[in-house]
Structures are given as C-alpha cells and as structure tokens.
Design a protein around this ligand. Structure first.
Ligand code: FAD
Length: 467
C-alpha cells in the first residue's frame, strides 16, 4: 500500500516534531459538519487534511428544488477547494475513504494510507431502505445525481404522457407519489404541484399538466410530525389548495414499476420518491465500534468515540444525545454547530492542553416551505405560518448557502421564478436519459417507465384533440 503522507505545498520548512503544525487533523467528509470544522481550524496552527469523495460541498436542504427544476445543480454546490483554498494549513484531497486502522492511526483512501494524530469522521448519511427491493422504483433524494435523475423522471413522465394514447396509462404517467410527511417530502410535493399547475400548464398540446395527481403518503396520522399540530394542519390545508392528495395514517405496503400499494389499495403511478429513510455511512464498521440501527456511532458529550484514541464523529453519522437525553436529529444545524464546537474544542485540547466543556445543541428553529408564499416556522413557543414564514425560510436558506456567488444566483433565480411562475432548469440531459435506458435494459421497459411500444402514440394520431 502506498502512503499519502506529505507536507502541504507552500509550507516552507519540514515541521519540527512536537510543534503544533506537526499535529495532523484528518477530517473525512466536507458536508455541513466537516466543512464548518475545517473553516474553524483554518486560522489555527494545526495541519489539517480534508478528504471528500466529491469535489464539492452540497447544500442538501435545496436539493428538492433541483429535483423540481427550480434551481440548477451548480447553484447549490460549491467546490471544497475554493471554499478552503485560502487556508494555507488545509490540504484538500478528493478521494473515498474505505478503511481505517485506529491502532496504526491510518485512514485509507483508495488503498493509500494517510496517518493522523486526530481523526474526525463526518461522512453523513446515505439513502437507506427498510425494503431494499423497493429502492429501484423509488429513488431517494440525497445527492445531486439523485436530484437530476428525479427531475428527468418527472419531466419525462409528462413527455411520455404527451405521446400516450391509452387514458389509463396517461393517468399513471401523470401520477406522482411522495413517501413520507417530513419537511423535504412536503416541500417536494408542493414543488411538483406548482411545476404541474403553473410552469408546465400551457406547454403541452395533448395533455393538461394541471390534471397531474400528486400524492403525499405518510404512515403517521399527520404530516410534519415534529411541528405543533396547528402548523401541520396549516401545511395540510395549503397542500390541498395546491392540489396535493394527502394519504395520512397509511403505511406503504408495496412499491413496484407500476406504482405503490397503500392502505390495501394499489395506485398506479410513474414516479415514486422516497426521501424519508436515511442510513449513516459505514464508518461505524470501519472503527469496529457499535452503532445503532441507522448505523450511527454513539459519541461522548465531547463528540469523541469512547474507547478510541483521538477519534471524533460529527453530524448525521453521530448518535449524540441532547440535554433531554434523546438523540439529536439529523439536521444541518446540528452538524454545523458540532463542527463549530469541535473547531474550538480541538485547538483547546491539542494546543493548550485544556478540557473543553461538552457540546450543547442550540435549536435555531424548524422551518418547512409548502409552496409560493406559504411556509411554517417553529422555534420554542414561537410559531409562524404563511407569507412572513415563507420570507423567513427564503432568507435563512440564502444566508446559509456557502459562497456569495451561489447566494446571488439563488436569489436571482427565485426572484425570476416568483415573478414569471416559470422554472429555469427544465433540461432533460442525455446522460440521464441514457441512465434511464440502461435501467430499462436491466429491469425491462417498465423499470424505467418507458412507454409501451405496442401502444399507438399520439404523435401518429394527428386527429386527436388536445386535452
Ligand atoms: C433532501 C434533504 C433535505 C434536507 N433538508 C434539511 C433542512 O431543510 N434543514 C436541515 O437542517 N437539514 C436538512 N437536511 C439534513 C442535512 O442536510 C443533514 O443533516 C446534513 O447534511 C448532515 O451534515 P453532515 O456533515 O453530517 O453530512 P453531509 O452533509 O451528508 O456530508 C457528508 C460528506 O461526507 C462525504 N463522504 C461520505 N462518505 C465518504 C467517504 N467514504 N469518503 C470520503 N468522503 C465521504 C460526502 O461526499 C459528503 O460531502 C436535509 C437532507 C436531505 C437529504
């Protein structure tokens, strides 16, 4: 095995053993947790290496807007190298960590070893399935690739419906099911409804996109479970106003290439999105420490891993307890605060030999947008709904985006969408179509939702009246 150990370019001399710069902090993952930690360590004399398998930091809370053609992928992603480039003590490596040896204090990137003095794992969560057999028909929303695939699937469903003569198949193509009633699913359902009823409304000749059926399926009795009941009732009412059908209190029983089974009924649909379930990355297995059912690694109050020397776990990967003794939720604000905390705690421990206080999470409130002019905000006893909540949601998300460039682009894009009701990112790119075609080859034509060639297409049936 090779070794990646080297001094960063531009460091004038070899570092003296025992000096602060000889202490090597390796951070795996530049999501909300890893990036905020790296930024905090940027002004310290520690030597820091940030490893990520992607070249960019992704702002996941706005992924659904890429999936529904509001934003382009580049507007919610920012190159990690650009964000951290000004810090001379930070090296950025693009690569996938696949193994760790805590005894030798080594991480392995594509088989190459890198030694650390302190290791911080912030590799987040992936889309997980209790039913792996459903995964193929119900894409999750976790990466830019997922968002682009879902966007192509939604837009292609309308394109295929335009060519479809069979009314029941056309109805199936124009039926979309979102599984789960959390903020992301509510946002996704509202955004698809607005796409169909506003942006696409006049763009087709044979079909009427405003007749698209959008289902939001939630096993619990109400959507937005962590929000107070009146806010979730408001969100339900707003979704209904947008034309979303709510199926609450009904667990999903089946998902296949033709649709979803729910509450004893089978509903034919072309697109099923399952954003709800996440599973932590396999870092717990690398460390050979116990993890919970979701794969999260239990951490001490200072976010270190009990029993391991100088190993810390942050963000979605960490099972950290709040002051009430309950696990902290997998939220960007938790990950961000943990990164900032460790950014102060590590220098205190390593450089000044101090014992930092334990991590404390400060809840900055929960937000969910339903659609145009409509959102809910909950913070302690403070509740807000409607237009002002929508403005708060927008301002908070623009503020939290990394980089002035992206903040400016997203603000402009939202303004344009708000004024014109249009979507700026409706391209179906060839690579995504090719991926769908490959899926179809693997699973048969229905697996990728391809039209049945035995049906006569509307293109050939010129006498048809547009619907
Ligand atoms: C669709 C969606 C919407 C969301 N909306 C909200 C919201 O509105 N509000 C909110 O607070 N939270 C939201 N969240 C949750 C929030 O995004 C996460 O809690 C947060 O991203 C967790 O941060 P993290 O740093 O732990 O992990 P991540 O941000 O997921 O980052 C993990 C990083 O590790 C890298 N990585 C993973 N494995 C490896 C490996 N083996 N080697 C190298 N690199 C690796 C990944 O490439 C990634 O860059 C949403 C999540 C999703 C998916």
């Amino acid at each position: 095995m090779g070794s990646l150990d080297q001094q960063p370019a531009g460091s004038a001399t070899r570092m003296e053993a025992g000096s602060a710069m000889s202490h090597h902090v390796v951070i795996v993952g530049a999501g909300f947790a890893g990036l905020s930690l790296a930024q905090s360590l940027g002004s310290t004399p520690l030597r820091v290496t940030v490893i990520d398998r992607r070249s960019y930091h992704l702002f996941q809370p706005l992924l659904y807007q890429v999936a529904t053609a509001v934003l382009s992928p580049g507007e919610i992603a920012q190159p990690i190298r650009r964000i951290l480039g000004r810090h001379k003590n930070i090296t950025v490596l693009l690569g996938e960590v696949d193994h760790i040896n805590p005894e030798r204090k080594e991480v392995y990137i594509n088989g190459e070893a890198l030694t650390y003095d302190t290791l911080v794992l912030a590799t987040g969560a992936t889309h997980g399935f209790g039913h792996s057999e459903w995964a193929r028909f119900a894409p999750g929303l976790k990466t830019l690739e997922d968002a682009r695939r879902i966007r192509a699937q939604i837009l292609m469903a309308f394109e295929k419906a335009e060519m479809e003569r069979d009314p029941s198949e056309r109805e199936r193509l124009m039926t979309f099911a979102i599984i789960g009633g959390g903020p992301t699913e509510v946002e996704m359902a509202g955004a698809i409804a607005e796409l169909a009823r506003q942006a696409l409304a006049r763009d087709f000749h044979y079909i009427d996109p405003t007749k698209a059926r959008i289902l939001l399926i939630e096993a619990a009795p109400r959507i937005l479970g962590p929000f107070p009941e009146d806010l979730s009732a408001y969100a339900e009412q707003e979704l209904k106003r947008l034309g979303v059908t709510l199926l609450t209190g009904k667990p999903v029983e089946d998902v296949n290439e033709r649709g979803v089974g729910v509450g004893g009924e089978f509903i034919p649909c072309s697109t099923v999105v399952w954003a709800a379930e996440v599973a932590a990355s396999p870092a717990g297995q690398w460390l050979q420490v116990g993890s919970d059912r979701a794969g999260r690694v239990a951490v001490a109050p200072g976010l270190s891993v009990p029993g391991l020397d100088s190993v810390y776990v942050l963000g979605d990967l960490a099972l950290a307890l709040g002051e009430d003794g309950k696990p902290l939720p997998g939220l960007a604000q938790v990950a961000h605060q943990q990164g900032r905390y460790l950014g102060k705690a590590l220098p205190a421990r390593i450089l000044r030999n101090e014992t930092p206080p334990p991590f404390r999470f400060h809840n900055r409130g929960n937000l969910a947008v339903v659609g145009r002019n409509s959102a809910v905000v909950h913070w302690d006893s403070f509740k807000l709904q409607g237009f002002i909540a929508w403005l708060v949601w927008g301002i908070a998300h623009v503020y939290l985006l990394v980089g002035f460039h992206n903040r400016f682009l997203v603000t402009m894009r939202w303004l344009w969408t708000y004024l014109t009701f249009q979507r700026g990112s409706r391209l179906i790119t060839e690579d995504v179509i090719r991926t769908q075609a490959t899926d179809a080859e693997r699973g048969g034509p229905e697996a990728a939702g391809a039209p049945d060639p035995s049906q006569t297409s509307n293109l050939r049936k010129t006498a048809d009246q547009p619907t």
